[in-house]
Each structure stands twice: as C-alpha cells, then as structure tokens.
Design a protein around this ligand. Structure first.
Ligand code: FPP
Length: 281
C-alpha cells in the first residue's frame, strides 16, 4: 500500500510528465550505467555495494521511464571487455545479476506490474550456467508481455553483435542456396552469384540483436564519460548522446527530466540530419 508521501510524489511526477509531453518524447532511451565502482570507492564501501546501489537506481529510473510512456529502455549491464576484470569481481557481478533477474520474475515484481518484456542481448555462451539459465527463463516467461520492453546488454559489444549478424546471414544464404540447388531451381551451385546469394543490408539487420526494436532516441552515459565503448554503434547514429556527471547510482529523477529537456532542444536538428541521410540512401 503506497504511503501518502509516495502518492504525492507520483502526482507531482505525473504533472511534470504532462508538461514534458507537450514537446517530442523519446520512444527509446539507452543507458550506459557507468560509475558503480567509483560510487562505492568514494564512500569506502565494498565494490559490490556500488553495483547493488546501481540496480536500485535502475529500478527507479525504469519506473519513471514507463510512467512517462517510454516504450523501450536498453541498458549496458556487462560488456565482453568486462570479463577481463578480476575473476572474483566478474563472479560477484554475475551472481548479482542472477539474483536480481530471479527477483524480477517473482509475482509481485515490477516486471509483472508493468507487463515488461525482457530481452537479453549478447553472447550468452560467455555467461556461467546459472546466469544463462536465468536469462533464458526470463526471456521465455516474459515473451508474451505487451508492456514496455527492457533490453539488457550482457556479454555484449557492438563488434560482437555485427560479427554474429554476418555469420547468421551467411548461414541463412548458404541454406537457401542449398535448398534451391536441391530442388533443381538452380543448375550449378557455384555459378549462382546472383541477387539471391548477395547479403543485403536488410538481411544483415534482421540478424542484429536489436532487430524489431527502434534505434535509441537518447543514449545516456553517466559519470561524465564521453565514449560509447562499443555499445549500439550501428543503432546510435542519430541518437542524442548525453554524458551527465552523476555516477550511475546517483542518477535520479531530476537528471532524467533534464535529459528529456535537452533531447527536446536538440530534436529538430537530429530529425533534419536523419531525414537528409535517409534521402541520400
Ligand atoms: C558499470 O559500472 C556497470 C557494470 C559493469 C554492471 C552494472 C550492473 C548492474 C547495475 C546490475 C544490473 C542487473 C540486472 C539484472 C539488469 P562499473 O562497474 O564499470 O563502475 P566504474 O565505472 O566506476 O568502474
């Protein structure tokens, strides 16, 4: 049961979102949740505490996003490069993710409250067995949810996503050519370098993890860092990139509102650039 104060905060947020919605609203926001370890270091806390605080911040930010009608949120939870960290740190982050995913699947969780569909993008073979099983279960049990979509990039890098999409496109073409050859539609398998055997941009895009999901309107990297660090490189060409200074666990409602206002200010310019680029294609 929400307290009077929580109800009041909710009403205030609704008013703010109503005013914001007069301008263009993002449909997809992507977050690089940077600064969790620094948050713990600054407070002389154990490292894992920073990631736990980061998860709490994530849940609050997701609520605000869904309350304001953002349909897609994508987060960079663990990159392939992060596997180079100390083994005990990798292990504790995997354990934390498994614990939190399992919590998210419980009856009274926020995932059920908002009917969230969970995606996990990345190379799942790199995850340990318990986490991989949780990830697969989470995707399976939420795949029919009709609410907002939360995509968690774990064991992910853009370069790995691109390599994976090329590999899948090649397999698909090879299977198609074999089928055509077998049914006699083609006479010589090696002379058929025609339109059907060429991998098009559309073929390739269909095999990206992000296929079916719109490109992010805003990419926010906390802690003031200005790099994309191999995150959604193909999908962020026309995104509004922002690098607010708070560390991720300190990223709050007011920072999110500020991010939307900045996006609204830059929106006409980004739209124009995107339109021109589409015309040139
Ligand atoms: C980057 O901060 C963040 C991570 C490597 C992991 C963040 C993971 C969570 C908040 C949990 C997410 C869980 C689920 C289930 C989605 P950092 O560790 O690189 O910190 P630093 O930038 O201060 O070094």
């Amino acid at each position: 049961m929400p307290t009077f104060f929580e109800k009041l905060c909710y009403m205030v947020r609704r008013c703010i979102f109503y005013v914001l919605s007069i301008g263009p609203m993002p449909n997809h926001i992507a977050f690089i949740m940077d600064g969790n370890r620094r948050y713990a270091n600054k407070r002389s806390l154990e490292r894992g505490t920073g990631h736990r605080a980061g998860f709490s911040a994530l849940i609050s930010i997701l609520r605000y996003c869904y309350e304001m009608g953002v349909k897609y949120v994508t987060i960079y939870a663990f990159s392939i490069d992060n596997f180079r960290r100390k083994p005990e740190e990798v292990q504790s982050t995997m354990d934390l993710m498994k614990e939190k995913i399992d919590e998210l699947l419980k009856e009274q969780s926020f995932v059920n409250e908002y009917e969230v569909r969970l995606n996990f993008w990345g190379n799942h073979n790199l995850l340990n067995d318990p986490l991989r099983l949780s990830v697969e279960k989470a995707m399976r049990s939420t795949c029919h949810n009709t609410g907002p979509v939360l995509s968690v990039c774990v064991a992910y890098t853009s370069t790995d996503e691109i390599a994976h999409a090329i590999e899948m496109s090649c397999h698909e073409k090879r299977d198609l050519m074999k089928e055509l050859h077998a049914c006699g539609c083609k006479n010589d398998f090696f002379e058929e370098f025609d339109m059907q055997s060429v991998i098009s941009v559309a073929d390739f895009e269909r095999h990206l993890y992000t296929s079916g999901c719109p490109d992010p309107d805003i990419v926010i990297r906390t802690s003031g860092e200005t790099r994309l660090s191999n995150f959604l490189l193909l999908q962020s060409s026309f995104s509004h990139l922002q690098n607010p200074t708070p560390l991720w666990p300190d990223f709050s409602f007011s920072h999110l509102v500020w991010a939307i206002l900045k996006y609204q200010r830059g929106h006409p310019y980004l739209q124009e650039r995107s339109r021109r680029s589409k015309k040139m294609e």
